[in-house]
Design a protein. Structure first.
Length: 307
């Protein structure tokens, strides 16, 4: 028994420019799993020590999602729901999912205003909807006493890199109780690869803004994590403690063969390091960068930390 990632729906209600799952094109020709097939996967893989990630596509497009999550939660597993958050603007759905046993809601916010977020999601109104989703979750957690974490993901892309600290300011102003803020490097596959000139940024160029975003998170008492941006990129050892190795089910998960048969790139992220990395004192803690990132930007910016 172990950790598993389940895709309750391969379809999506957005078409994000950075999507690693292919966006709306990614689901073309892929049949969604039936509820029975999903439950069988859970029976095969899950026990009380498991982490079960639900993602997609957009998992909330599966109308049986609360039932499926409850099924996994009843086995004692830790449940992480990765969603674009738009459907959580429906308070009843947010409540149903919280009741079903979601432990971590993980939601990407792609801008500090509607213009930027809606541009990156290619979906008008998505900022207002995700923001309503955050409000609903904050209300359930802070006013109704539900015990789940709200994880706000910031994917480091070219259009938002300068505005990342403003995302933290916005969230901290609106929702005084802390979130988990995850600042993450992207895999440059599928939509992100198609939109590479608009989306991809060299991590070295992003680093000053990543540090500023961490500082903003610290200032507002948020819990901050940095993923897929190696410590040598952050340079200053004061920031190394925010760097986290993968601690979610993707790390262990088998590839979803059905999805992979159509969209091979969904095998990402596989993480890689450069030859010089062996000399680095962070070698065993660091997961490196995504393979697709290394293919485009190489390893030259990864400079071993010697002491
Ligand atoms: S192991 Fe490599 S990528 Fe990681 S911090 Fe060290 S030099 Fe950078």
């Amino acid at each position: 028994m172990g950790n598993i990632n389940i895709f309750p729906s391969y379809k999506c209600n957005q078409d994000c420019l950075f999507c690693a799952g292919g966006g709306q094109k990614g689901s073309t020709g892929v049949r969604d799993l039936t509820t029975r097939e999903i439950l069988e996967k859970l029976d095969d893989a899950v026990d009380s020590n498991s982490m079960v990630g639900f993602s997609g596509g957009e998992p909330t497009l599966n109308s049986n999602l609360p039932y499926i999550i409850q099924y996994a939660s009843d086995k004692g597993a830790t449940i992480i729901l990765t969603t674009n958050g738009a459907n959580l603007s429906d308070f009843n759905l947010a409540l149903e999912l919280a009741d079903a046993g979601v432990d971590i809601f993980s939601i990407t916010l792609s801008g500090h205003n509607a213009k930027l977020h809606d541009y990156l999601t290619q979906t008008k109104g998505s900022f207002d909807r995700v923001f309503a989703g955050f409000k609903n979750l904050s209300c359930l957690r802070d006013d109704y006493g539900y015990h789940f974490d709200i994880q706000l993901k910031i994917l480091v892309t070219k259009p938002i890199v300068r505005h990342m600290p403003q995302i933290i300011e916005l969230i901290s102003r609106e929702f005084p109780k802390p979130y988990v803020i995850e600042i993450t490097g992207i895999a440059i596959v599928s939509n992100a690869k198609r939109n590479i000139n608009e989306i991809a940024i060299k991590l070295t160029d992003a680093a000053p803004y990543v540090r500023k975003t961490i500082d903003a998170g610290k200032q507002y008492g948020q819990t901050v994590k940095v993923m897929d941006i190696p410590p040598c990129i952050l340079k200053d050892p004061d920031y190394f403690k925010y760097y986290k190795a993968w601690d979610n089910p993707y790390q262990y998960d088998d590839v979803d063969e059905q999805y992979a048969s159509v969209n091979l790139e969904c095998k990402e992220p596989e993480l890689v390091k450069g030859d010089l990395c062996r000399e680095c004192i962070m070698y065993n803690k660091c997961t490196g960068v995504t393979q697709s990132y290394a293919k485009i930007f190489g390893f030259d910016e990864l400079k071993p930390i010697i002491n």
